[in-house]
Design a binder for this molecule. Sequence first.
Ligand code: GCU
Length: 409
Amino acid sequence: MLVRLVAILVVMDVSFCTAKEPADTNYDESKVPEYELPELLLDHEGRSVGRAEWEGHRRSEILQSLEDSVYGTTPSKKVNVRYELVGEDRTALAGRATRKQVAALFGESGYRLDILLYVPNRVSGPAPAFLGLNFNANHTVHADVGILKRGTSNERGSFASRWQLETLIERGYALATVHRDQIDPDNYRNDFSDGIHPLFYEDNQVVPESGQWGSIGAWAWGLSRVLDWLEIEASVDASRVAVIGHSRLGKTALWAGAQDRRFAMVVSNNSGCGGAALYRRCYGERIHHMVKPVGYWFCRNHHQYQQREHELPVDQHMLLSLVAPRPLYIASATNDRWADPRGEFLAAKYASPVYELLGEKGLGESEMPLPNVPLQTRIGYHLRLGDHDVTSFDWKHYLAFADRHLNSE
Ligand code: GCU
């Protein structure tokens, strides 16, 4: 009982009141409105959905609704991509890893993505991998002086703690990463002129239509293009790639995993509003908080749901259900109330019926676990003590989950 009380007080930690949080932010659980989530297993005609109907049409109905009302459509047009090996070092990380750097060059556009890959040397045969976008350029992922410095003036290795590269390598996993700004710059003035969007514009088009992709859609597309390359890269087993992301890039990992079923596992770290958290709880960050600063992450259609979350044709348990039956891990942090940890947990729980329909164990009737006590079935969830971040605690549990689902099956 005492443990539970302490845990509740920790969850209610008030230290996360930063200036960025608007005055109308709700952190009072008793003020969460009553809400009814859209049914996962009733289709648009109101018919109940079994396994055959899920695969037959329900899954694509949900995907389409998420495109229409949240992230926008991703263009299906293919662009020609050439991959150029820029550098390879088989003695990276004191001989424990091979570092490869590859440029993906798109058509004649001059458009380029720099892919950084580390593969453990001790693994015989293709290694399972984590793939995630980074916020601050490839050279911030580790202090390794061999990483090409491009884009930002950030210090080498300045975000190394978020990647735990040495641990990954030791545990037999490869890591692939790309800087999100190379796909679409995330500069708070985004006008869709300097990322990949122009590659897909029709004649005279200068911005995406209201139902077309924003930045999250573009970043997710970029992750799939890196996976295309991993499919031809012999040192990695592309059928065992976990897509991972933190915060806005956690939203992106979920959208990438929902659309591209080649991703064998999906990890969302503190993704919050527009990620794993249920919109209808209206707790912490809400759509109207995002529209002015970062509305470009979504399609413009999404903006009409400001203060009208209950009218959305979807909620985020539906996004998570699209990952089923693949392993899915959702992680929250106690001080990250802005991202609504309980809303993230509930979305994972309410996605469970689709896992169960497809013959896997979901979170079922589980209660939200205590801080630092992971819950792991085919869905993983933990509420880490601490701030909005990716830490060694998070990675410890992602790796245990990956060992169970990617390495042993
Ligand atoms: C802001 C934003 C969040 C986002 C986060 C991040 O806090 O409001 O939605 O997840 O930035 O990406 O760091």
